[in-house]
Design a protein around this ligand. Sequence first.
Ligand SMILES: [Zn+2]
Length: 258
Amino acid sequence: MQRSAASSILLRRLTYGDYDLILTLLTDRFGKLSLIAKYAKKSTKRFAGILEPFAALNIVFSRGRKKGLAVLQEASLARPFSRIRTDILATAHASYWVELVDTWLEEGHPQQGLYRLLEFSLDRLDEGKTPVALLSILFQVRFLHLAGLSPELGRCSKCHRDLNEPGRARLMVDHAAGGVVCSSCGRADGPRLAPGTVKQLQWLDRGDLHQALRVRFSAASLEEATVFLEDFVPYHLGRSPKSLKVLRQLRGVPNPMT
Ligand SMILES: [Zn+2]
C-alpha cells in the first residue's frame, strides 16, 4: 500500500452506504482526486466534522495495488474559513467556484495554477476585505484562462476585426461566437459590454493575482462583468451549475433558465 500526502480543497462529497463518504478534492500535487472516507458518516470523532464543502485540508491517503478508490487515512483542517461559513453570500460564491472546478476538471491531471487560484480566492474571501463580486469576477476570468476558454475581448469573435480603437461604443456580445463582436457581426438586441468593463476584464487576466485585484471597477462595471461571466461560463462549460441558481436566488435575480 502506498501512502501520499497532499494539500487539498474539498470540491464535493457524497454519502456512500450507511457509513462512508466519497470525497472529490482538488489537490496541489495530484490534481482532482476522489477518495473514500470510511466511517466518516457514522463516527463524528474520526474526522471531527471537517469534511465540509470547500474546506482546505491537509490529507494523507493510501492506494492499494488494485484499481479502486484511494482511501482517506488522515485529514486536518488547514484553514477554518469561519468568516465564509457564517456569511451566506460568501458561502454561495465559494460553492459556485468549487462546482466550476469540479465540473471542468478531470481526474489525474495536476493543476497547480488552478489550485493556487482557488486557494487564493477562498483566502481573500475569508479575509473579507475585497468585494465578493470582484473576487468572483477574478476567479471566473482566471478559471476561463486556465481552462482554455477565455472570451475574445480585443477583436470581433466572428470577423476578427480589431475592436481596440479609442472612443468605441458599447460592444455587442455573442456567447456562441466566444466573446465580443463588431457592429456588423452582432445582434442589436443582444447583451453589451462597456469599453471600460472590457478593459478591466483584460487587466484581471494579466500578471500576479494580488496585483490584478488593484483594478478599480465602478458599481455598473461590476454588475455588467458579473452578468457577462455568469452567462459565458455556463455556456462554455455546457452546464448550468446548481450553485449559480442559489447565488442568483440570494441576489434576488431571476434565473434565465427556469
Ligand atoms: Zn465582426
